[in-house]
Design a binder for this molecule. Sequence first.
Ligand SMILES: NC(=O)c1ccc[n+]([C@@H]2O[C@H](COP(=O)([O-])OP(=O)(O)OC[C@H]3O[C@@H](n4cnc5c(N)ncnc54)[C@H](O)[C@@H]3O)[C@@H](O)[C@H]2O)c1
Length: 261
Amino acid sequence: MGRLQGKVAFLTGAGSGIARSAAHIFTREGAKVVIAELKPELGRACEQSVRQAGGDATFIETDVTKEDSVKAAIARTVALYGKLDVLYNCAGGSVVEDKRVTDVDMSVWNHTMSLDLLGTFLCSRYGIPEIIKAGGGAIINMSSVVALRGAFPVHIYTAAKGGVIALTQAMACEYAHDHIRVNAICPGVILTDRVKQRFGKSAESPATTDQTRAIKIDWKNYPFATGEPEDIANVALFLASDESRMLTGAIIPADGGMSAY
Ligand SMILES: NC(=O)c1ccc[n+]([C@@H]2O[C@H](COP(=O)([O-])OP(=O)(O)OC[C@H]3O[C@@H](n4cnc5c(N)ncnc54)[C@H](O)[C@@H]3O)[C@@H](O)[C@H]2O)c1
C-alpha cells in the first residue's frame, strides 16, 4: 500500500519545481492530487505527465494571492475528490529585484509578501476547515534557509519566509486538537528550472561566485547544501504521511547544514 493511499492533497505551485516533483511522488504513493497552479500551460503539463505515469491528478487554475481564487479551488477540490487531507503550500520564491532593506524597491514587498506569506495564509484559511471535516491531516509549508540565517541580502523574501515559520508554529498549536499537523521545510539551494535559469552554472557549483560571496558562505564547507526538487518533495512526503505523526510545529532545515554551522 502506498504511503499516502486514500489521501487527497492540494499542492500549490505544482506546475514546476519542488511541488511538481511532489505531485509525481505523492501520486505514486497513492494520493489524489490537485495541481493548484497560476500558469495553465504548466499546470496542464504536470497533470498530463502524472496521468501518463498512472497517477490521479487534476490541474485547477489557482492564484494563491487572491482570496476568491483560493476559495474556489479548495471548493472544487472537495467537489471533485470528496475531501481534503493534505495541504502543501509550495508556491513561492524570491525575485532578482529583492535586495537589502535600504536598497530594495517597494514594489517587491507586495509581490513577495503576497506570494510567499499571504498565499500560505489564504490556502490555510480555506483548506483547514476541509481538513477538519476529513478528521484531520497535514499541512506542509515552505520556508527557506534564508529565514534561519541572517546572511542573505534578499530581505523581503527573508521576512516573508520568517513569517511562514511563525505562522506554521501558531497554526500547529491552534489546530492540534483538530488532528492537524503543521510543519515547515527550510531548503538550501534546490536546482529547480527557476534557480538554474537565475543563477546558471553557478547554482550547480557555487563555490566561487558572486552569489556565494554575497551570502557570505564558504561553499566547500557545505557539500550537502545543493539538491534536486525530489530531495525536498521526499521530505514533504514524509510530513504528509502518517509516518510523521509525532511531528507538528517542526521547522525542518533541509539545507545541508547551512543554518547549523
Ligand atoms: N528552489 C530553491 O532553491 C528554494 C530554496 C528555498 C525555498 N524554496 C521555496 O520552495 C518553494 C518552491 O520553490 P521552487 O523553486 O520549486 O519554485 P518554482 O519557481 O520552480 O515553482 C513555483 C511555481 O509556483 C507557481 N506560482 C507562482 N505564483 C503563483 C501564484 N500566485 N499562485 C499559484 N502558483 C503560483 C509558478 O508558476 C511555478 O510553477 C517556494 O516557496 C520557494 O520559496 C525554494
